[in-house]
Design a protein around this ligand. Structure first.
Ligand code: NAD
Length: 303
């Protein structure tokens, strides 16, 4: 069994680090939020006082943080993981940070005598709870060989896609598909309501018809139809509007760089940007339906 550090104990980091503990690993965690630290502590994660404290003496460092900027802060710089973790060990970053950041962090890691694997995930909080995440890995074969056996405790489909950044490349395309699907599911569900369609009948028919998708099935955006959807739990995240918006930004910026049209993703990006500007950025992404006018009067909607 291994000794690992887990930095970022949010919606995904708490269940993922808990699965690491349950697999028998010793997990030392760190998060800037006391609420997050407390949630992880109650799962058997030892809480460290700083990043330096979390990463000393470990076999590998896992990060699960909001954005490229936060991951850069946590791993680089005088107080960061690269300086304080043992030489020869590896950072496995499960966050969604984009291709260029992953490649540049892998280079910086090399200069510090450590490794960096981009290992973004798909499957949402439910997948994190069930340890059934899909993980897409980018990095050197030696570093991936350290990450892969450990990741078996949090995921069920783990693929080494290619060199550094290729895990993030796969995540960019997956999440462009997912986020456009989410935006469409929210818009069309508001229309279904306006047409007076019963939400349960609408769900039952679409999930047996050509409009079906993973997003529609798992993150159905109207309340009280899919028990595990955040829509049935006051639109509490789950996967925040600000994070799906970040993923669409990564997708449209990457497409622009490669001179590829991604107009539907750009339209979805605008819808989530508007929802965020209206104050719903920390609501679950299914909550776009509320911003678009869904009637959820029977459900409790979080701020
Ligand atoms: P989150 O905001 O719930 O968790 C991030 C955590 O990082 C928070 O607890 C925050 O306090 C902590 N943090 C911020 N700055 C820090 C710092 N400097 N040091 C230590 N901790 C710090 O986000 P999440 O939903 O868990 O998502 C994490 C990543 O996973 C994101 O990149 C997201 O895009 C990706 N992702 C999320 C989901 C999902 O369904 N939530 C699914 C797949 C991928």
């Amino acid at each position: 069994m291994s000794k690992i550090a887990w930095i970022g104990l949010g919606h995904m980091g708490v269940p993922m680090s808990r699965n690491m503990v349950e697999a028998g690993h010793t997990v030392r965690g760190y998060d800037v939020s006391e609420t997050a630290r407390e949630a992880a502590r109650s799962n058997g994660v030892e809480i460290a006082e700083s990043i330096a404290d979390a990463v000393r003496d470990v076999d590998a460092v896992f990060t699960m943080l909001q954005s490229a900027k936060v991951v850069e802060q946590v791993v680089t710089g005088p107080d960061g993981a690269f300086v304080h973790m043992p030489r020869g060990t590896v950072v496995v970053d499960c966050s969604t940070i984009g291709i260029d950041t992953a490649r540049s962090l892998a280079q910086t890691a090399k200069e510090h005598g450590v490794g960096f694997v981009d290992a973004p995930v798909s499957g949402g909080v439910q997948g994190a709870e069930d340890a059934s995440l899909t993980l897409m890995l980018g990095g050197d074969i030696d570093h991936v060989a350290v990450a892969e056996p450990l990741l078996k405790s949090v995921g069920s489909y783990i693929v080494h896609v290619g060199p550094s950044g290729d895990g993030q490349a796969m995540k960019v395309v997956n999440n462009a598909l997912m986020a456009v699907g989410m935006a469409t599911a929210c818009e069309v569900s508001v229309l279904a309501q306006r047409l007076g369609l019963d939400p349960q009948v609408y769900f039952n028919i679409v999930t047996r018809s050509s409009g079906d998708s993973w997003v529609f099935r798992n993150w159905f955006p109207l309340p009280d139809v899919v028990e595990t959807s955040p829509a049935s739990h006051g639109y509490e995240p789950g996967f925040m509007i600000d994070l799906i918006h970040k993923d669409l930004r990564l997708a449209t910026a990457t497409a622009a760089e490669f001179d590829v049209r991604l107009d539907t993703a750009a339209a979805a990006q605008k819808l989530f940007a508007d929802a965020s500007a209206a104050g719903a950025g920390e609501r679950d992404c299914t909550g776009l339906a509320v911003t678009l006018g869904a009637n959820v009067e029977k459900a409790t909607v979080s701020a």
